[in-house]
Ligand binder design. Sequence first.
Ligand SMILES: [Fe+2]
Ligand SMILES: [Fe+2]
Length: 195
Amino acid sequence: MNYAKKVREITKEKMLKVKGTSHAFDHIERVCKIATYLAKREGADVEIVQIAALLHDLGRSIKEPHQKTGAKVAVKILKRIGYPEHKTKIVYKAILYHSLGERKKVKTLEEKIIWDADKIDLIGILGILRIFHFRGNLFSSFDYGIKKWFRLWINVYKMLFTKTAKKITKERYKKTLRFSSDLKKEISLKDLRLK
Ligand SMILES: [Fe+2]
Ligand SMILES: [Fe+2]
């Protein structure tokens, strides 16, 4: 059986419950593609990484904390489709530790790749848009949001584990800094030179 293909079908359907653009299925697909690339370059098990990537945010369609609920349901799904138990254990941990706050618990190469692939989707301009969509209603203003983004999420670039992830995001990181600097000018109206 093509396990990754089967898991993709299951995840695509379940992720329809997740509202909004920040964690829609296109996020899952990007994370899966990035993780596949990282796995090939870093010498990890490609199938395990693809399955973990496809299932990593499944918990968002269930209940928070999504890394825990998602990891549990992932085990059930994988058992149902007959995925080998020893591989399921690796998938389980990669899902369980993929969140920003779990970084210290990340140990295996597969866990590092899922963590990196998920965070790469936070680094770019896309990352800023995703954060504003995801957390925007909690920000008191655009100015506050961009300052908070700068304080918390820009550091993600420096927290990546794998050499490949650091290498492929270099340009994206620089571009994001330029974008956020332009955005700040627009928020403060400095770009319009109103004086
Ligand atoms: Fe997540
Ligand atoms: Fe994610």
